[in-house]
Design a binder for this molecule. Structure first.
Ligand code: AGP
Length: 611
């Protein structure tokens, strides 16, 4: 999320920053801004929207100087407008800062600074950090580096920070905590960015900062310290990638990169919303307890992959809250004359926030007087503006047309929301709640484990890449996984695929099974494991090739499997967050084996803004 660039050297900084921001714009395009330090002051230009808007604003502006920082924003705190655009400055106007991540305790720090007389112009967490650094410098007279070291200890959350000070025209300070920061230098310049592409025109020898590290970047040199201020012998990495590969962090395609970003997407979506004691905080949901107690039904509306996350969420919401849930394709919803009133809660899910069908459904629900909450990945999107409440998935920009990391992030946000409703309605015991939160907190590491199946999934993909049809079956939340697996495969590999409720197979689709048809079966997450195994036996008896998503060390499943991917153990309702990953990889590798481009499948667009 967010593109960050910094330059200090003997050339004009502005063109270097703009070029770097262009390389990183895919990380966020809600706004763009630059700050140049010159003549004892900071000159700043910021604009909402894409980098082009900033370039227009810079046309003819006097922004000379050889040290500066730039930022392309993926909005988290505050609307994507000019005022919330980075860089932000401290109260003296001499410290400028850009930031990628979320500072979770910004509100506490803000109150403290306000009490000291600092005024804030933006709604961002970043401005709080700028003002904290500035205030430390002013009260103690220390350097930018020392003030930054004193500040980072007080920050909670994720932050990649880059700072300059008008009176220190040869120093950039950069910080990494859970958000990527890469630094480098050549003979006469020092550079920093949130991604390698921005550095490549200047150096191929880069230092990716580790967590809890701070870099002091000067023309021609970089010094790395830990948060305690001790110098660190940081490892320099020589980068061979060309620019295209660098944008994808070395992955062949954005889709694969995004599949591998899923631990971070899930971690970021939970960040600040759950704590070790099992508490859930959803600041964005401001309905009163009485409103929530008054909900008589929930209706979930969405399209495509988002519909599948909604399907899994139906199980979670009903199980945790005992409120009945209806699930609708957004394109069908308002045409079926649905029954809604002010006690209905409508959940509209759209990663892009711009899907025409889902927007129409949400607006229709509002007109009917329902309470509307949106789940989206894009701050400032139409659905975020139209809904009464928004729960953002903090998955970062998704470039591949096939939704991957946003799907997992939606599942996390929806499960959190279901638990939140249950708690507010007083229908979930505290120990069950904290047990479930614990299981959620384990997910990012478990996702890392599932990603290690890459080689096995690739081998299976080679084996079945020429299949004409694929069938995916599951029960309960496994059915949502089956539907999502089938959608992924058909949209990027163009193989006919059906996702089916396993128990429904015998009512028709089993006629499609003949020798060699691959059948993917989801065996985890269902109390009906034996029935699922029965379904696998049925298709095997008719010559199907079985690909099983199964619990670890499951010998009964293994005896029936042509291929088997073993999943770590989690709560049944959370299994889609793990089980979907091998199916995303399967679709990806099958598409590659067939010589297709997974990022840009034919006939599809990332955001479907027509009905
Ligand atoms: C997913 O891989 C597809 N590209 C598509 O089904 C997508 O999920 C659908 O168009 C909905 O998009 P949204 O989440 O932005 O509303």
């Amino acid at each position: 999320m967010c593109g960050i660039v910094g330059y200090v050297g003997n050339e004009a900084a502005l063109p270097v920053l703009i070029e770097g921001m262009r390389q990183l714009e895919y990380r966020g395009y809600d706004s763009a801004g630059v700050a140049i330090a010159a003549s004892g002051g900071i000159a700043r230009v910021r604009r909402a929207g894409q980098l082009g808007n900033l370039e227009e604003a810079l046309d003819g502006a006097e922004l000379s100087g050889t040290i500066g920082i730039g930022h392309t924003r993926w909005a988290t705190h505050g609307a994507p407008d000019d005022t919330n655009a980075h860089p932000h400055v401290d109260s003296s106007g001499k410290v400028a800062i850009v930031h990628n991540g979320i500072v979770e305790n910004f509100d506490v720090l803000k109150e403290e600074l306000e009490a000291e007389g600092h005024a804030f112009e933006s709604e961002t967490d970043t401005e709080v950090v700028a003002k904290l650094v500035g205030s430390i410098m002013e009260s103690t007279g220390v350097s930018l580096l020392e003030a930054t070291l004193a500040t980072v200890d007080r920050l909670e959350g994720a932050f990649g920070l880059v700072l300059v000070h008008a009176d220190e025209p040869e120093t950039i300070v950069a910080v990494r905590q859970d958000s990527p920061i890469i630094v480098g230098a050549n003979g006469h310049a020092g550079l920093v960015a949130s991604g390698i592409p921005a550095l490549l025109p200047y150096t191929r020898d880069v230092i990716p900062l580790e967590n809890r590290q701070v870099a002091e970047i000067r023309p021609g040199s970089v010094r790395v310290l830990d948060f305690e201020g001790r110098e660190v012998d940081a490892e320099t990495v020589h980068v061979e990638w060309d620019l295209d590969a660098a944008e994808k962090s070395g992955y062949e395609d954005f889709m694969l990169k995004e599949i591998f970003e899923q631990p971070e997407a899930v971690r970021n979506t939970m960040r600040g919303r759950v704590d070790k004691q099992g508490h859930i905080t959803l600041d964005e949901v401001t309905w009163s307890r009485a409103d929530i107690e008054g909900i008589t039904k929930v209706v979930v509306v969405a399209c495509g992959t988002s519909y599948h996350s909604g399907m899994a969420a139906k199980h979670a919401i009903e199980h945790y809250t005992r409120i009945p849930v209806e699930l609708d394709l957004a394109s069908e919803f308002r045409y079926r004359d649905p029954v809604l009133d002010e006690h209905s809660l409508v959940i509209g899910i759209a990663q892009s926030g711009e899907t025409a069908d889902t927007l129409a459904a949400v607006r229709f629900a509002k007109d009917m007087g329902a309470m509307v909450v949106a789940i989206t990945n894009v701050a400032g999107s139409s659905i975020a503006r139209d809904a009464d409440a928004v729960l953002f998935t903090h998955a970062g920009p998704e470039i591949g047309v096939a939704a991957t990391k946003t799907f997992l992030a939606q599942l996390v946000a929806l499960n959190l929301f279901a638990l939140y409703l249950a708690r507010e309605r007083g229908v979930m015991e505290a120990d069950k709640l904290s047990e479930t939160i614990d299981a959620m907190r384990a997910l990012p590491d478990q996702i890392e484990e599932v990603l290690t199946l890459q080689g096995e999934v690739h081998r299976a993909a080679k084996r079945y890449a020429d299949a004409r049809d694929f069938i995916f079956i599951g029960r309960g939340v496994g059915m949502a996984v089956a539907l999502e697996g089938a959608l992924k495969l058909k949209e990027i590999s163009y193989i006919h695929a059906e996702g089916y409720a396993a128990g429904e197979l015998k009512h028709g689709a089993i006629a499609l099974i003949e020798g060699g048809v691959p059948v993917v079966a989801i065996l985890t997450g269902t109390a009906l494991y034996d029935k699922m195994l029965g379904n696998v036996q049925e298709v095997k008896a008719r010559g199907a090739e079985t690909i099983l998503i199964a619990p670890r060390n499951d010998e009964r499943a293994r005896s029936l499997a042509n291929e088997m991917f073993e999943m770590p153990t989690t709560k049944p309702l959370l299994t889609p967050i793990l089980d979907t990953i091998p199916l995303q990889m399967l679709a990806y590798f099958v598409a590659k084996e067939r010589g297709l481009s997974p990022d840009k499948p034919r006939n599809l667009a990332k955001s479907v803004t027509v009905e």
